[in-house]
Design a protein around this ligand. Structure first.
Ligand code: SAM
Length: 297
């Protein structure tokens, strides 16, 4: 980091942030972010070329066969050689710091309700739709920060209206949210049917096309005609080139373009009904069930 000009040398053993990195310290979650971005992606990048050469440049990667697992295989840590990168991080005790990073990231682009409204999305109409018990399900929602933002914007929503689904749920916000264990990669379906909103923030970019389609199909199967799927992700643009590369080497995932979202939606029986791709910050893709020829869904 010192060599990159990101910190200043104070004495032989001490460094401090400088003008380039000072803003990161103002966002506490950035410290966890720096920990992760200077470890897992660097680890994976170190084995990328070796894996490509050893496999005659076989690509795309399979999700448990990325350079992350290849590195562990090469150093003889067989227990990680076939595990998903999230499972490896869990086994290594890295998920609490990863979840802390996710809470504030490297800085935020406003709360979810404010952000989507600034993109021209009419969240109020969606939230005032047909009143089901479950209003928002946040799939892979970390500690539930986004749902708390929704609750702050729509204070009438109660714990039973807001469902957090995670595969290793941290119950820190249990008083305000309904917290469910769901490993969306196993064979179980989405059990919450007919919610108003199924929200996925930075989830699909962790997944290969096939795995993304598999999850999208599970959510589509649970959706009712009034349901929406809201996908919050960074756009596929030059701002997020490094993010795209990181998703490939850690998870065999990818950032997706409008065309790719529409292809996935069509395969899952959905259609893209709103999309916004800002230069910086999370974009928004809304999908709804595709009406059939006779108008049923
Ligand atoms: C990149 S983080 C995004 C967290 C949160 N949505 C946000 O944007 O701050 C991905 C999340 O997906 C969760 N996750 C990963 N694999 C999962 C699985 N198989 N089932 C459920 N959740 C999973 C992780 O625990 C993590 O919280």
């Amino acid at each position: 980091m010192a060599g990159l000009g990101l910190v200043d040398l104070v004495d032989d053993t001490t460094y401090r942030v400088n003008v380039i990195t000072a803003h990161m310290v103002a966002v506490p979650s950035s410290l966890d972010g720096m920990l992760h971005f200077s470890t897992e992606p660097v680890w994976a990048a170190a084995f990328l070329m070796k894996q490509l050469r050893d496999t005659n440049f076989k690509y795309p990667f399979q999700e448990n066969k990325t350079p992350t697992q290849y590195g562990y295989k090469l150093i003889g840590e067989e227990r990680f050689a076939n595990q998903h990168t999230y499972s490896i991080m869990h086994s290594q005790g890295r998920m609490p710091s990863f979840s802390r990073f996710m809470e504030g990231k490297f800085g935020k682009f406003g709360t979810m309700p404010d952000r989507v409204k600034s993109l021209g999305y009419d969240l109020d109409s969606v939230m005032n739709g047909k009143a089901d018990d479950i209003v928002v399900v946040d799939i892979g929602g970390g500690r539930g920060e986004m749902l708390l933002e929704v609750k702050a914007a729509y204070p009438h929503l109660k714990k039973e209206n807001l469902v957090l689904q995670e595969f290793q749920p941290d119950r820190v916000n249990e008083d305000d949210l309904t917290i469910q264990h769901w490993d969306f990669k196993d064979d179980s379906p989405e059990t919450v049917k007919g919610a108003l909103v199924y929200s996925l923030t930075h989830i699909y970019h962790n997944l290969s096309d096939l795995e993304a389609l598999r999850l999208m199909k599970k959510v589509a199967d649970a959706m009712a005609p009034h349901s929406t799927m809201l996908i919050h992700e960074f756009a596929k643009n030059s701002t997020y080139g490094k993010m795209h590369a990181t998703m490939i080497t850690l998870y065999a995932g990818r950032i997706r373009s409008s065309r790719e979202w529409k292809q996935l939606a069509a395969l899952a029986g959905l259609e893209v009904t709103f999309e916004a791709y800002p230069v910086a910050g999370e974009g928004l893709v809304e999908m709804r069930k595709l009406p059939t020829a006779n108008g049923a869904v």
